[in-house]
Design a protein around this ligand. Structure first.
Ligand code: SF4
Ligand code: SF4
Length: 381
């Protein structure tokens, strides 16, 4: 397994994590076999958004003494009122469900995730009420290690990041969602089939969100990595052919600030399938051909796919583009960490000889030579 630092938290998460939603309503033995397999493969981050008592108990029992070896994302505001999963912003209800989860997790949850912040209304009902205060108090008491949140909407997520409260974000990322216009709901595309005619270039607000997270050192864990299975399905894929599980994982892990792609596995075999990613070469996980088939879209934007390599000057072009994209967010306030990442590169943009071999290989017509110059101008000194 490979591990990445989770922003400023001082913790490290496995690049493949377990989304536990499919453990819901499963018999204990099945839950245990999935959790055991996750452990065997070094998975150390679990997302448990489900509020049902039985599934939470099953997970807790299956973890047993190994609880301290994994990190749990537990969700504040995920409730099960009237036996139906629901979002509640009613403080006593929120408290009751979260505290039950805390108890089942041994009195400590690593990441207290403010649940489903997708709209202005969600933002107001959480960040302008006692719910945000509650999360802070949980952290002060040591009941949770860090505050996080989950969202599917880049505009709202940017607003949340700018509160300065969260240290981690659970966000829905995959190659299809990244090219759906912000004004469309991703759930409409999931429920009614992807509308490929709506696809655009890499959606600017989503790109801005990922870069903002990198700039502020907020770790992203990814949900819907496989687009609820649609991207790997021949019948439902919006592209000319389905992606593989490894291509979806590779895509998620190549976005700025992403630390872990969570996969909702229904069986030990699905976990084994997901971790095969770690044994594949970059070429075997390459998603470029599929993405470049998207009509009209994606051109001119770097998707960090590395297809432009090798560079005779040994410049890591995707990394330079990534730092440049972050620097361009606010050229007057470039984060020192980004400047130092750039300056510590073995080969920087100023070594570009303008041979153009990379531009000939880039499927997305990125103006790489211009980018190398611009990066050095903004970050080189
Ligand atoms: S410049 Fe082009 S080929 Fe290189 S990483 Fe970016 S999108 Fe991929
Ligand atoms: S144009 Fe510059 S960045 Fe591209 S391959 Fe040549 S030297 Fe490398």
């Amino acid at each position: 397994m490979v591990y990445r630092e989770i922003g400023k938290t001082g913790k490290k998460a496995s690049v493949i994590g377990l989304g536990c939603e499919h453990l819901d309503s499963k018999p204990y033995e099945q839950v245990k076999s999935i959790i055991d397999t996750a452990f065997e493969h070094g998975i150390n981050i679990f997302d448990v958004f489900m509020p049902g008592k039985e599934v939470r108990e099953n997970i807790s029992k299956a973890l047993g003494v190994r609880r301290k070896e994994v990190m749990i994302q537990g969700h504040i505001c995920s409730t099960n009122v009237g036996q139906q999963y629901d979002i509640s912003r009613d403080m006593p209800t929120v408290q009751r469900f979260f505290e039950e989860h805390l108890r089942l997790c041994g009195g400590y949850i690593d990441f207290g995730m403010l649940f489903f912040i997708d709209s202005d209304d969600d933002y107001k009902k959480v960040f302008e009420t006692e719910i945000a205060v509650y999360a802070q108090k949980l952290m002060e008491k040591g009941d949770i290690g860090h505050i996080g949140f989950s969202s599917h909407n880049p505009v709202t997520a940017i607003k949340v990041i700018n509160t300065g409260l969260p240290e981690i974000m659970l966000f829905s990322i995959n190659p299809a969602f990244d090219i759906i216009p912000t004004e469309d709901s991703i759930f409409t595309h999931l429920d009614n089939g992807f509308k490929a005619e709506r696809f655009t270039a890499v959606e600017p607000k989503r790109a801005e969100l990922y870069r903002l997270c990198e700039q502020k050192n907020i770790g992203i864990t990814v949900m819907k990595t496989l687009g609820a299975g649609k991207l790997i399905s021949k019948e439902h894929t919006p592209f000319f052919k389905p992606l593989t599980v490894s291509q979806c994982i590779h895509y998620a892990l190549s976005r700025p600030a992403v630390i872990s792609a969570l996969i909702g596995c229904k069986s030990p075999e699905e976990i084994k399938e997901a971790v095969k990613y770690l044994d594949l070469t970059d070429e075997e996980c390459d998603y470029t051909e599929i993405l470049s088939s998207v009509r009209g879209g994606l051109h001119g934007s770097c998707v960090y796919c590395n297809h432009c390599q090798p560079c005779p000057s040994e410049i890591n072009i995707a990394a330079v583009n990534k730092y440049l994209d972050i620097a361009k967010l606010d050229t007057g306030n470039i984060p020192p960490s980004i400047r130092s990442h750039y300056q510590n590169m073995a080969h920087k943009g100023d070594e570009c000889t303008e041979c153009a071999s990379c531009e000939n290989r880039c499927p997305f017509d990125v103006r790489i030579i211009d980018n190398m110059k611009k990066a050095d101008e903004l970050l080189g000194k």
